[in-house]
Design a protein around this ligand. Structure first.
Ligand code: UD2
Ligand code: MN
Length: 545
């Protein structure tokens, strides 16, 4: 029974009475409105104090968020069998959960809905505490007001923490975790709604295997309509060699049901639950990572390499608003550095964090990362990694090739599938896919130092040369070099998309002509000429055969 339900039902119970008399907070109305102090105007007043009222600022429909109420019903998205399964749960006293939420400029109604969904849908005895870290939000009175309301509930315990200066979500989550005292810790974004029965399936898994960390399936909540949708349980989390997160489709093995928990190379984004002790033993989130990005990939790698596992549990569902753009600014990372001209602060931050992951864990494979992200070489790292070296030694962590072999077949198959990968350079310019113009894909040659410069991969088996967005370099009649969606190789038209290497030339299989850049900027197909500079195209990384 959730805390709120218990409080309502327990109104006659002696032990709850004094608290309820003193503070009638926590009324869950059947219409779906959870009203602090049981007072409709309280909610309105509370949320109207959200300082910035534009939708663009939050990147979701603020007006709607303010009107749908702090509590609402959400559709059941998990498989029916999850409701009838008898979860084997640990005793309450051994499985107290601390929820850590860090937020920066979250709308009041949204943050409150996140908290109220937790209070309403989490078995009271398991929900030990909620740690709220205000990461220097513009709304200066929010936390105090929340404290006034929530702090009086008695249970669960609330811990409130305010950063005077912006620390970013990674440090903030670490600070929250350091103050937490539950057996398990859950990290949550501040615009989530947990669905019915979200916790039991997670606890069942981790209580039997202390080194296991778990994620729910994330159900997307539309940022415009706030419609709660069903997330896909057929995906595993992963990343590519540029250390960007990707979803990979999974296949069900014989007899495996879609709702059965399944192992995953990384978490479903940043929402994860694991033993607090194990989290601290792993050194928490890497404290050298800045502001936003990469921390859950870093944790996933060190967890697997140092003796843990990760599972995604489809019977556990948590709704999350996936925003299309960042809703916040990134602080300048390198004010005096020329790089600041080439990279936005968001790009510089992400690249910095990715470089830390590569340097910490990728061993000899970090050359793959640098080949795909050459700009990362110039990112300065001003820290020591003693702590990490100690962890690797003391916990006898595996080297990265173990992860390739045992955890992420996708990542290792990228190594074997490609004949070459990375930026594709001709003289001092690189081949770049610059989007669509006049309904044609634009293929241009630009400076190789753009952060988002196109990464190409030449597939060994098919000869296709494709961008990360799955466009393939193609030849159209009469001999025009273009970009087209990659075709399946059983489609005969895919013959126009096949290439092979001869030295540093790229030879088109069908015509036996070579890719050429004779006019410095326009690609053509011409007769191959040995050692012609305009026909020489170098990938950042050429694999050994
Ligand atoms: C995704 C993850 C998030 C984290 C992040 C990368 C999901 C559902 N979310 O976030 O958990 O792994 O990627 O780091 O997979 N915030 C701060 N301080 C800041 C910036 C953000 O506290 O300086 C808060 C923010 O209010 C939010 C959370 O951090 O609650 C995550 O940020 P986001 O929601 O803007 O980004 P998202 O969903 O891509
Ligand atoms: Mn988010």
């Amino acid at each position: 029974m959730s805390y709120l339900a218990q409080q309502q039902q327990g109104q006659d119970k002696e032990e709850l009475k004094p608290k309820l008399d003193a503070d009638p907070a926590g009324v869950c109305l059947s219409g779906g409105d959870w009203l602090p102090n049981g007072n409709a105007s309280g909610w309105g007043e509370f949320i109207s104090l959200t300082p910035e009222r534009s939708e663009k600022y939050y990147q979701y429909n603020l007006q709607l968020s303010d009107t749908v109420g702090a509590f609402r019903k959400v559709p059941k998205t998990r498989h029916a069998s999850c409701d009838t399964h008898n979860y084997s749960l640990p005793p309450f006293l051994e499985a107290r959960v601390s929820v850590v939420i860090s937020f920066h400029n979250e709308a009041r109604s949204m943050l409150l809905r996140t908290i109220v969904s937790l209070l309403s849908r989490t078995p009271a005895d398991y929900l030990h505490e909620i740690v709220l870290v205000d990461d220097a939000s513009q709304d200066k009175t929010l936390l105090e007001e929340l404290r006034a309301w929530l702090g009086t509930l008695g249970r669960p315990r609330f811990i409130f923490l305010t950063n005077k200066q912006r620390q970013g979500l990674i440090s903030s989550r670490n600070m929250g975790a350091a103050l937490a005292s539950g057996d398990y810790i859950l990290f949550l974004d501040s615009h989530c709604e947990v669905n019915d029965g979200w916790l039991e399936p997670l606890l069942e898994r981790v209580s039997h295997r202390p080194n296991l960390a778990v994620s729910p399936v994330l159900d997307p909540i539309d940022p415009v309509t706030l419609r709660y949708q069903k997330g896909n349980e057929m995906l595993r989390g992963g990343f590519d060699w540029s250390l960007h997160f990707h979803w990979h489709k999974r296949e069900l093995t014989n007899q495996e049901l879609p709702e059965t928990p399944y192992s995953s190379p990384v978490f479903a984004g940043g929402v994860l639950l694991m033993s607090r002790e194990w989290f601290l033993k792993l050194g928490s989130f890497n404290a050298n990572l800045k502001i936003w990005g990469g921390e859950s990939i870093e944790l996933a790698i060190k967890l697997w390499l140092c003796g843990g596992q990760i599972e995604i549990v489809p019977c556990s569902r948590i709704g999350h608003i996936f925003r299309r753009h960042h809703a916040f600014d990134f602080p300048l990372q390198y004010p005096e550095h020329p790089m600041e001209q080439e990279l936005s602060p968001a790009q510089a931050t992400y690249l910095h964090n990715s470089k830390i992951i590569a340097e910490s864990w990728l061993d000899e494979y970090k050359s793959m990362f640098y080949a795909l992200k050459p700009a990362a070489r110039r990112i300065p790292l001003n820290h020591t990694s003693h702590q990490l070296q100690q962890l690797r030694r003391e916990s006898r962590c595996h080297r990265f090739h173990w992860y390739l072999r045992h955890v992420s077949p996708e990542l290792s198959s990228m190594l074997y599938e490609f004949a070459a990968t990375g930026t594709l350079r001709n003289e001092d310019r690189c081949l770049h896919h610059a989007g669509v113009k006049n309904s044609r894909q634009q293929l241009i040659l630009v400076s190789c130092y753009h952060d988002d410069i196109t990464q190409w991969s030449l597939f060994r088996s098919t000869g296709q040369l494709s961008t990360q967005r799955e466009f393939c370099l193609s030849v159209e009649v009469p001999l025009e070099v273009t970009l087209k969606p990659c075709l399946r190789t059983n489609d005969t038209a895919s013959m126009s998309q096949r290439w092979h290497r001869m030295g540093t030339s790229l030879v088109h299989n069908q015509t036996h002509l070579c890719l050429d850049n004779p006019l410095k900027g326009r690609l053509e197909l011409t007769a191959c000429r040995w050692h012609a500079v305009s026909q020489s195209f170098q990938f950042a990384l050429e694999m050994e055969r």
